[in-house]
Design a protein around this ligand. Structure first.
Ligand code: NAD
Length: 307
């Protein structure tokens, strides 16, 4: 019998697990659950006899893949899959998928939650500013970027975007101005929202040279990955630009130092919570379960990321 493991150190909402269970039972698959594990040994033990694994931010490296002798597919319930060693998966003939778009609205709403909190001075009762007519630059027009654009228009912002791979015509079709480069986006926009994946090309790509191009009142919102921002450059930006504000869902390694030194100009969510909504959990968990059934039953590889 096909055995599917949900391995989540940060568990799904119970209703999402129930939904996954129903899909697996209907397919005639067995479901195992490993939640809130604290040691890698627990994961290594749990994967020994499984055909498929559903994960969230859990690390699937060469050692895990080596231990999982029957494994055929890993589905990351979420968008970013930098927690999976894709080369090792390919070497073990394991298909890796993500569930694109399922948590995008949750992340996009958090962008505006953090922005409003910041421009209203952390709700401390003093006079703040507004988003209306401010220029918002969206770096990467993928699933999250598109949702950010939709919401930004509701706030009456002027919305710009740059994506290295998405054609300008698609961006402009949404009533968003497509710019020609990352540099142009940073030069033009007072608020920049990051939605690039963490890849060898994007790691540390948001550096001081780029950030310092931003106009007065520069605010960067990072709900993407901490690795895309150069931490030394971030500190330099805080030091040299008293107007600079950085809001992030993924704390940099020097989080405590930034919070202490730069006060309200820096805000990091206590834990990564972009995708932490019941809706996103359910959407991504159910999508992962359906993708596994389609893959095992019919060989469908639509969302494979280690091609
Ligand atoms: P997506 O795959 O739908 O979109 C990514 C976009 O980035 C694509 O349009 C791609 O063309 C573009 N891109 C890739 N490299 C680029 C580059 N060098 N310059 C410009 N554009 C580039 O992903 P998504 O669902 O929009 O998510 C975006 C990222 O947000 C994820 O990779 C993940 O790291 C992060 N994320 C974080 C949370 C959270 O909890 N905070 C949740 C979901 C996603």
């Amino acid at each position: 019998m096909t055995k599917v493991l949900i391995a989540t150190d940060k568990p799904f909402a119970a209703v999402a697990v129930q939904g996954i269970r129903e899909i697996m039972e209907a397919a005639g698959f067995e479901l195992a659950l490993l939640e809130k594990y604290t040691e890698k040994a627990q994961l290594l033990d749990a994967v020994k006899d499984v055909d498929a694994i559903i994960i969230r931010s859990d690390i699937i490296d060469a050692e895990v893949l080596e231990a999982a002798k029957n494994l055929k597919i890993v589905v990351r319930a979420g968008a970013g899959y930098d927690n999976v060693d894709l080369d090792a998966a390919t070497a073990h003939n394991v298909c890796v998928m993500n569930t694109p778009g399922q948590n995008a609205n949750a992340v996009a709403e958090l962008v505006f939650g953090m922005l409003v909190y910041s421009i209203r001075n952390h709700f401390n009762g003093t006079s703040g500013t507004e988003l209306l007519t401010k220029k918002l630059g969206i770096l990467a027009y993928g699933n999250v970027g598109r949702n950010v654009a939709r919401i930004a228009k509701g706030f009456g912002m002027k919305v710009y975007a740059y994506d290295a791979f998405c054609p300008a015509a698609i961006i402009e079709n949404d009533g968003v101005k497509a710019l020609g480069s990352t540099e142009e986006l940073f030069e033009k926009c007072q608020v920049v929202s990051l939605h690039i994946p963490a890849t060898p090309e994007t790691k540390n790509s948001i550096n001081f040279d780029l950030m310092s191009k931003m106009p007065k009142g520069a605010t960067i919102v990072n709900t993407a990955r901490k690795e895309v921002v150069d931490e030394a450059g971030l500190v330099k930006m805080f030091e040299e630009r008293p107007d600079f504000v950085y809001l992030t869902d993924i704390k940099p390694s020097n989080d405590a130092e930034l919070a202490e030194k730069y006060g309200a100009r820096y805000f990091g969510t206590p834990k990564k919570m972009g995708a932490q909504t019941a809706e996103a959990n359910i959407n991504a968990g159910i999508a992962a379960a359906k993708q596994i059934v389609e893959f095992i039953a019919n060989g469908v590889r639509k969302y494979q990321v280690n091609k």
